[in-house]
Every structure is written in structure tokens, then in C-alpha cells.
Design a protein around this ligand. Sequence first.
Ligand SMILES: NC(=O)c1ccc[n+]([C@@H]2O[C@H](COP(=O)([O-])OP(=O)(O)OC[C@H]3O[C@@H](n4cnc5c(N)ncnc54)[C@H](OP(=O)(O)O)[C@@H]3O)[C@@H](O)[C@H]2O)c1
Length: 163
Amino acid sequence: MIVSLIVAMDEAGGISLDGRLPWRLSSDLQRFKALTMGHHLVMGRKTFDSIGRPLPGRTTIIVTRQLNYHPAGCLVANSLEIALELARGGGESEVFVIGGGEIYAQSLPCADRIYLTCVHTRVAADTFFPAFDPSEWEAVQVVESPVGEKDQFPYTFTVMQRR
Ligand SMILES: NC(=O)c1ccc[n+]([C@@H]2O[C@H](COP(=O)([O-])OP(=O)(O)OC[C@H]3O[C@@H](n4cnc5c(N)ncnc54)[C@H](OP(=O)(O)O)[C@@H]3O)[C@@H](O)[C@H]2O)c1
């Protein structure tokens, strides 16, 4: 099973402010939907709270330390390792770790691939993607996206594979 992280961050690694995405990027959300459709998604409990519902067409696995947390339509795991085992046990070929900051930091060491949207701006942020060593990763796809009709900023979408 491939472990993929998928993230949108600004040029300083910022990913959110006050529990919300600090930008509006409709075309990137559409790509997120297309890439993740049909797959297992692993997310931290705070990220699930910010989304508020399981995403249709995908299996939502929430990582939490709480023992009595069971939102409808979701699987719950009390560790990242258990979450990945649930995906593997479900016959997954590529699991998507979709954040947030705590879960990215814990899953980066075991990630095989990163789908990275770098938003060309610097926003106020209180949550960040962890620093990573670019020399450990090879860019296998790079797409420059100009500001689309429903996009607030230009961005670069890069698929990175661990060397
Ligand atoms: N820009 C992007 O691409 C992007 C993507 C995803 C999320 N985000 C943003 O990121 C923010 C949330 O990030 P965050 O770092 O604050 O929180 P998070 O990583 O989403 O969730 C943290 C929570 O996960 C649980 N957790 C973490 N490690 C665990 C472990 N080892 N075992 C069991 N449970 C564990 C805990 O839940 P309990 O407290 O319930 O125990 C913890 O409070 C949101 O604002 C969201 O909008 C941005």
C-alpha cells in the first residue's frame, strides 16, 4: 500500500488559520476530489471537525485519542498506525493522509508520495506542514496553475516521490 500525503500550503508552509483553510482555491479542491475519490482518507480529529462530515465516495478514518468518539459514517483509530492498518485491511492500494499539521508530522517519515500544492502567497497561519528535506524527494510531476476563475492565488502542484 502506498502512503500518500496530500497538502496545500503557502510559501512558508502554512496550512491553516483558526481551523480553516486560509485561501479559496476551487480548482485545487477539484483535483483533491479527483485524486482521492474511492480511496481511504486518514485525518486528524481536528481536520475532521473542520470538514464536519465524511467526504462522499471515500472511506474516512479519523485519528483521535478519544475512546468514545464515533461520528456517523466514519472509521475511528486511536493511533496513526491503526489508521493505516484499517486502510490496508480494507484492501487499499493508496491511502491518502489529508492532514492536519500533527498528522502530517507523524506520517511524513512513512510517506511514499506527497501531492503538494504550493500556494504562491504568504498568509497568516497557525498550523504548518512539517519541514522536509527536498533531496529525499523527486518531483515526478509539476503543474503551474495560474489564477483560475474561482482561485484566489496562483499555485504550483507537484507530485513528489520518495527517492
Ligand atoms: N491546507 C491543507 O492542505 C490542510 C489539510 C488538512 C488540514 N488542514 C488544517 O489543519 C488544521 C488541523 O491541524 P492540527 O495539526 O491542528 O490537527 P490534526 O492533525 O487535524 O488533528 C490533531 C488531533 O489528532 C489526534 N491525534 C494526533 N496524533 C494522534 C496520535 N498519535 N494518536 C491518536 N490521535 C492523535 C488528536 O485528536 P484528539 O484531540 O481527538 O485526541 C489531535 O488533537 C485544520 O485547521 C485544518 O483546516 C489544512
